[in-house]
Design a protein around this ligand. Structure first.
Ligand code: ARG
Length: 482
């Protein structure tokens, strides 16, 4: 049986062993030990400032908390005997500091305490996620720069569509992930509030100096409504949404690369160090890492659904169902960061020069739209031009020819607008060069985009460095209490 229940007064009968095991959360929230100790230290400083505890008691509490931290970090704490991390800290403190420990929970509840722990952890998780995304974006930019003028097919409906620069293709993923980073920055601001002072649900019965606590714990604002504070987990949903968006982007990127790496496409080579063989088929080189990221994206997206459903039927304020949120949060956080980091490593070693790469734009009539555009520039309407080229392509398919193989006399049978400059117009390089809109694939547009994206990445780095200063550091906070 677990030791000291901090709520033992009211409940007379010893806990049912199975119920006790079932209701505990220490197996998960033990990961929040540093956050819980930091929150408790700040709270104790706050209690001293309003005269609930004396300076001597505060110092005993702080020293006790330091010892608990060292004990946990040395691997000497027995988590198994406690219900949750809050009970562990309070009970261990009682063992070390004695009576003052009994005052540390004055005007606080585990309901506002757990949200405080979670928010401190979440702010760090957001920073870590942003750092991974930043490194990922950096790699995408490097890869795009390396493959600036390499051309390969863009597909729509999984059919060859138009030639595109590999760099342009890669930068499409820059956009997706930069959006996730922007959302995470908003998420950080939204979750940057102090929950303490909310108590169990209606506020604290003591004049808790929430301004001081916010300052100590580096929250930029204080929570506004106690019932909302203890009863909402919007911040977890927002974060898991960002994780899901990152995983969705990774999943699609993986799917592309898995396809492009197949024998059939042979557009890229995935480095062998990120592949595995088959136990039976000697020839296999399977892109497992990418397949697993694609698989894990399902789990993280599942987590988003789980957190919604967890909260969907809950009445106001705190309910124990919410205890389950940490499994979902921590799992999403770890899986997403791990996936981002390994994907970046795979990408770094991808060679965009597969066997079929040089000839990849020669077949599939990817110049058809350019051919229609050619006629439009000569005076034809687009709809007619589309129809004319469509009929010419049907002819080419029948005769097993490419557009460029048709002599001018043949082309003129379809339209008087054809002239000898047509052949140059439908070359792959011309097709690329024609896409000069700012969002298009011409080399000049992509170059501009690359330099713009580099600046955006640098600015993101500065923003992340700024956030780092907004995480409470226990050692700093308690340095004057010796
Ligand atoms: N273990 C709980 C959680 O993780 C915190 C304590 C909530 N309060 C309570 N009375 N059970 O959400």
């Amino acid at each position: 049986m677990k030791k000291d229940k901090i709520w033992k007064g009211r409940i007379k009968s010893p806990p049912d062993i199975i119920a006790e095991k079932f209701t505990q959360s220490i197996t998960i929230d033990r990961q929040l030990y540093r956050e819980d100790i930091t929150g408790t230290a700040a709270y104790a400083i706050g209690l001293e400032s309003i005269g609930i505890i004396s300076k001597t008691e505060l110092i005993e509490i702080i020293n006790g908390l330091k010892k608990i931290l060292s004990k946990i970090e040395a691997g000497d704490a027995d988590f198994s005997v406690y219900e949750d991390i809050h009970s562990l800290v309070e009970c261990e403190l009682l063992k070390i500091a004695g009576e003052p420990a009994r005052k540390v929970h004055t005007g606080r509840s585990r309901n506002d305490q757990i949200v405080t722990d979670e928010l401190i952890m979440l702010k760090q998780a957001i920073i870590e996620m942003l750092q991974s995304i930043h490194a990922f974006l950096d790699e995408v930019l490097t890869k795009a720069q390396e493959n600036l003028t390499t051309v390969f097919p863009a597909y729509t409906h999984m059919q060859k569509a138009q030639p595109v620069l590999v760099s342009h293709y890669l930068l499409s993923y820059f956009e997706k992930f930069f959006r996730v980073a922007s959302k995470l920055l908003i998420c950080f601001e939204d979750c940057d509030f102090l929950p303490l002072g909310a108590g169990a649900c209606t506020g604290s019965g003591y004049p808790v100096d929430t301004g001081l606590l916010a300052k100590l714990l580096k929250f930029s604002k204080t929570g506004k409504n106690s019932m909302d504070i203890v009863g909402s987990r919007d911040f977890i949903i927002d974060f898991i949404y960002c994780c899901s968006m990152a995983m969705l982007g990774l999943s699609r990127f993986c799917e592309d690369l898995i396809l492009y790496n197949t024998f059939e496409f042979s557009l890229i080579n995935i480095d062998e160090s990120f592949c595995t063989g088959s136990s039976i088929m000697p020839q296999k080189k399977n892109p497992d890492v990418l397949e697993l990221i694609r698989g894990k994206s399902a789990l993280v997206t599942g987590n988003l659904i789980q957190i919604f459903i967890l909260l969907k039927g809950l009445p106001s304020a705190y309910n124990s169902d919410m205890q389950e949120d940490k499994k979902i949060f921590l799992n999403s956080y770890r899986e997403t960061i791990e996936s981002l980091n390994i994907f970046k490593a795979v990408l770094k070693k991808i060679d965009f020069n597969g066997k079929n790469m040089p000839g990849s734009c020669k077949t599939g009539f990817m110049e058809a739209t350019d051919a229609a555009d050619y006629l439009v520039k000569k005076g034809e309407s687009f709809r007619n031009a589309h129809n004319i080229i469509g009929r010419i392509i049907r002819y080419c398919i029948d005769k097993n020819l490419q557009l460029k193989d048709l002599p001018l006399e043949k082309l003129i049978e379809y339209s008087q607008y054809f002239e000898s400059d047509f052949y140059n117009y439908i070359r792959t390089e011309s097709s690329i060069a024609a896409k000069e809109t700012a969002c298009g694939t011409s080399v000049s547009s992509v170059k501009k985009m690359l330099s713009y994206d580099k600046k955006k990445t640098d600015r993101l780095k500065t923003a992340i460095d700024g956030l780092n200063k907004r995480i409470p550091v226990l050692e700093e906070m308690i340095s004057e209490y010796k």
